[in-house]
Ligand binder design. Structure first.
Ligand code: ADP
Ligand code: MG
Length: 225
């Protein structure tokens, strides 16, 4: 079964993974009331469809307009952009030309992005082990990174007999270029995501981007599972 970004984030949050606050909306009025509750000053209005590449995607009825993930700075703009997106067809690299109709939105607090990183977990077919995939090249499709700059991807396999250990998370944190208090925050984040992966019997968990904020915090801005 496919789940939406906001549902994946809700599950991950339950395991202690750091995600921004947000709420789902089916109408522009609901989007506005979620935005009011969050408080601003920056909101992100995000199309919820079962496909990635939403930010770079375009709406079928307005190909020169904005994409499926929009950063806005007023409550009025939350409602206006929600109306432009809801019940409209979003075409992304992953939807094919037919696109997907946006039936719900996720309104989230805007994050202060300093760095965009990539964190994935999947079962390695050759070894049968849960494998963490990490890259400094967040916000891009990992397949593209694997093709163009494979040296920027690090894989860490987890032995099921021991489970995840400190040296796994340190290796990932180092590969992501994290230091100071971020190493501990990353360890907590990765352990929590790993626990979710194992408990929920996931085939994949993909956090792209995982960000470092201006304040040095680590946060999942997008989640797929
Ligand atoms: P997709 O991968 O489908 O394009 P994302 O959720 O990754 O969708 O959003 C695309 C981009 O929008 C992210 O790489 C990030 O730069 C930006 N973005 C997403 N959510 C937020 C947020 N809460 N605050 C600030 N920027 C965001
Ligand atoms: Mg993404």
């Amino acid at each position: 079964m496919n789940i939406h970004e906001y549902q994946a984030k809700e599950l991950l949050r339950g395991y202690g993974v750091a995600v921004p606050r947000g709420g789902v909306a089916y109408t522009p009025e609901e989007a506005e009331s979620v935005a009011r509750e969050l408080g601003g000053p920056v909101w992100v209005v995000k199309s919820q469809i079962h496909a990635g590449g939403r930010g770079a995607g375009r709406f079928q009825d307005n190909p020169s307009g904005k994409g499926g993930v929009r950063v806005v700075t007023s409550i009025e703009d939350v409602a206006k952009n929600a109306a432009e997106m809801l019940n409209h067809v979003l075409v992304t690299k992953q939807t094919g030309p037919a696109g997907r109709e946006v039936k719900r939105l996720y309104v989230e607090e805007g994050a202060d992005i300093k760095r965009e990183l990539y964190l994935g977990m999947l079962i390695d077919r050759a070894t049968g082990r849960v494998t963490i995939i990490a890259s400094t090249e967040g916000g891009m499709e990992i397949e593209e990174v694997a093709h163009n700059t494979p040296e920027k991807i690090v894989k860490v396999g987890i032995d099921p007999a021991t489970g995840i250990q400190g040296y796994h998370t340190r290796k990932v944190a180092f590969a992501l270029g994290l230091d100071g208090k971020q190493v501990g925050a990353a360890a907590k984040f990765i352990m929590a995501a790993y626990q979710a992966f194992v408990d929920l019997d996931c085939a994949i968990v993909e956090i792209n981007p995982l960000i470092v904020t201006g304040a040095g915090d680590i946060l999942a801005l997008d989640a797929k599972m």
